[in-house]
Each structure stands twice: as C-alpha cells, then as structure tokens.
Design a protein around this ligand. Structure first.
Ligand code: PLP
Length: 428
C-alpha cells in the first residue's frame, strides 16, 4: 500500500520524541481491587497493585454495582438496540437521568456515551444556540472541552488558568454579547481545585452562562457526591454541570444536568447525542446503582480523602517530589519524559506496581509525572510498599529527591522502615 510510509513515519516521530504510548494488559481482580493480573508479552501472568486507576472509589468492583449490571443484562440483554430515537431509550437510562438530576438538584439530566462526548456535544450546542456567543474557556481545560469549543462556530477567548482577574477582563471585553464560561472544578493532572464560587459570582455579575466539568469530582466531593459545586454550595447557581460515570461512579458514560429547557435543546440538536447508539441498559443500571450508593456513603468519601492525604504525606516525608494540591490526586514529579517512562517500567518490573507515566501532550514538556490515585481500597501496607518502591526507583534512576516539608512527622524505625499514622480505610 503506497500510503503505508506515512503511518510508519507518524509512529516513528512519536518514538523519537519519546511519546510513544505502550499499554499494560491488565485484568482487575474483583475480589481484591486494587490488585490485578498483568499479562506480560511472553504469556506469563503476574499479580500487580494498581496505583493509577480513575475508578477512584472502587465502584467498578462494588457488589451492588456488579449485581445491577448482571441482573439488568440477564433481564433485558446486552445492548441498547439503537440510538435514543431508534429504540435506544431504555427504562434504565431514564432512571439514571432522574438520579443524576436529583444528585445535582437540577430539573433534568441527559446521558451520553462518555464524558468526552458530553463535553463535545453540550459545549458546541449551547454555544451554537446562543446568537453571537463568545466562549470564555480556562487555559487548562480538558481536550474534550477544547473540542467542544472548536466544534461550535462561536468566538473563543482563553483565560489564564484559574485567573479571576483575567476572566473578568475578558468578560468586560465581551460586552453585552451572550457569554459562556467553561471550566473544570478539579483539574486532574495537577489536582488543583477551581475557585468555583468566585467564577460563578463573576459570571453572574457580567450576565454569563456557566458550564462546569465535574468529571474528577462527582461521587467524591459534596455531602451526596454532587462534586465541588455541591461542597461549595453553588450547585444551584451553575447553569450546566457535566460529569462522567466512568471514574467516581466506576462504570462508563457521561452526562450533563441543568434546566429542563437547556437539556431538551441539547437533546434535540446535538449530533453526537442524536446519531450514536445509546448506552446499554446494564451499564446505565450499574451507573445508577453507584450514584445511589454514593449519595448515602460519605464514609467512603472520607476514607478516600484519608488514603490520599496519608499517601501524599508519606511520599513527601520520604523526599519524593509530590505536587501540593487540595484534592485526592497525588502527582509525583519526574520532569523528564524518558526517566518518567523508565520509572514506570521499573515499578512494574521490579516492584509489581502499575503507575502509567504521564507525558506530553497530556502535560507540558518538562512536567512529566507519575499520577498516583489512592482509593479507599488501598491499605496502609499498600501505601508503605508504594513509598519504599518509589524511593528505590528514584535512587536507582538518579531522579532528584526534595527536602521533606518540616511539618511532616513520619517516624523512622530502627529497621529503617517508616511507620505511618494509623488509618482505618472503609470496607465497601
Ligand atoms: N473531562 C475531563 C476533565 C477528563 O479528565 C476526562 C477524562 O479523563 C473527560 C472529561 C472525559 O471523560 P470520559 O472518560 O468519561 O470520556
């Protein structure tokens, strides 16, 4: 085939730039999450501990969630049967939308096949339906939001990340045109949380509509898992809340919640909603079970935060360069693409720990990192093992350590091992 060389050149470009991605073949163990079986290329299988899953609360393994999926598939079958127009609107998906609307205190919700598609569909449709709209978008927004902005025909202005003064400048500049402010509540690579209340107040002052991506917060923040906006008491003042069912809720799919008329308009105009097959009812039922369960499990949210807090402190006390933030995400900075990949490989090969390297373009060049995501299922023994393994990898590869913050008191025992504050992680 005469075109083959273009594809070969494209792949070798990535390899030359050290950006070529290699995936590990894993089978999670439902009885023992965060443990999984790693299938090596030579055909052997080895148990590993997953430290980079976005199934943040282990809902993908929860017996209630699995039971809902199995039961629904057993009763109504495997697929949805079509687009939402053509026989794909199942009872399960409608129930899920009710549950999500209730979670966010909104009139309605709409489920999509992924969080990525939710952003593409909703942002582009809203901006197209507002005449002469200008979109004000945070500089660190996720790729799916950028694609939503691009797909709309609206003018866009980028405000510096979480910079309220810059946002205000752009709001003033936009004058009395319809304005849509799009931002995330929790940025997943640095783990920093947006000043959501201040952004909403600014948008209100200048008559802008607000759209917030709560993908890395739903299920995990707020009294019922409604996200950072629930925790900050501004859920009712945000016009559209977008979330995923694939992270805190452990399954698959995405959604938006808002006023019924906004949701109805997006349902009616968004091509990436209209022309694609709906989620299978079994997936919708499993997601619904996770949403329901997490509404009444603040203890799981607390255990998640505790696990993250202790992991951060233990890593920092060992001199590992942990990025400070106010969330559950634990970025450990390597700042070099090749070393980051080597650290990830060594963790897997030598210590049976799986943490995927995060390189460009997901993060800027020079800010490569290991992104650690503790869950309530990680025990104190897992945390201690992670610290000792990372210290070994850092020493072996010559990655720089940093001075531990002086306020951390992790006791070093006579055998050289460290002891960590006692934590009780919740059983599911
Ligand atoms: N929004 C943000 C901020 C994300 O980080 C992601 C995925 O990681 C998405 C949207 C897409 O969500 P999904 O994985 O459900 O497609």
């Amino acid at each position: 085939m005469v075109y083959r060389r273009y594809f070969e050149a494209a792949v070798s470009r990535l390899k030359d730039e050290r950006r070529y991605r290699v995936f590990a073949r894993l089978e999670r163990d439902v009885e023992a999450f965060p443990l999984a079986n790693w299938h090596r290329d030579d055909g052997s299988v080895e148990p590993v501990t997953i430290w980079c899953s976005n199934d943040y609360l282990g809902m993908g393994q929860h017996p209630d969630v699995i039971a809902a999926m199995v039961d629904t598939a057993g009763r109504v079958g495997a697929g949805s049967g079509g687009t939402r127009n053509i026989s794909g609107t199942s009872h399960a998906i409608v129930e899920l939308e009710r549950e999500l609307a209730d979670l966010h205190g909104k009139e309605a919700a709409l489920v999509f096949t992924s969080g990525w598609i939710s952003n593409l569909a909703a942002i582009s449709t809203i901006a197209d339906l507002l005449p002469n709209c200008v979109i004000l978008s945070d500089a660190s927004n996720h790729n799916s939001m950028i694609e939503g902005v691009k797909r709309s025909r609206a003018e866009k202005k980028i405000f510096r990340h979480n910079d309220l003064a810059h946002l205000e400048e752009l709001l003033i500049e936009a004058g009395d045109r319809p304005k849509l402010v799009v931002f995330e509540s929790l940025y997943s690579m640095n783990g920093n949380i947006a000043p959501v209340a201040d952004i909403v107040a600014l948008a209100e002052r200048y008559g802008a509509m607000t759209y917030v991506d709560e993908v890395h917060a739903v299920g995990m923040y707020g009294a019922r898992g409604g996200g950072v906006c629930e925790r900050e008491g501004v859920m009712a003042r945000v016009h559209v809340i977008e979330g995923t069912l694939a992270k805190g809720f452990g399954t698959m799919g995405g959604y938006i919640a808002g006023d019924a008329v906004i949701i109805d308009a997006i349902r009616s105009y968004a091509a990436s909603f209209i022309f694609t097959t709906a989620l299978p009812p079994a997936v919708a039922a499993a997601a619904c079970a996770a949403v329901r369960l997490l509404k009444r499990r603040p203890d799981l949210r607390a255990a998640h935060q505790r696990a993250s807090h202790i992991t951060k402190h233990a890593l920092a006390a060992a001199g590992l360069p942990v990025l400070e933030n106010g969330s559950h995400i634990v970025p450990v900075m390597v700042r070099d693409a090749e070393l980051c990949k080597a650290a990830s490989d060594m963790l897997l090969d030598r210590h049976s720990i799986y943490i995927q390297p995060i390189n460009y373009p997901t993060v800027a060049k020079g800010s490569e990192r290991l992104r650690v995501t503790p869950t309530p299922c990680h025990t104190q023994a897992h945390i201690a093992n992670l610290v000792e393994s990372l210290v070994d990898v850092w020493h072996t590869l010559g990655i720089p350590f940093v001075a531990p913050p002086s306020h951390l008191h992790i006791e070093e025992k006579s055998d050289g091992k460290c002891s960590y504050p006692e934590i009780k992680l919740a059983a599911q």
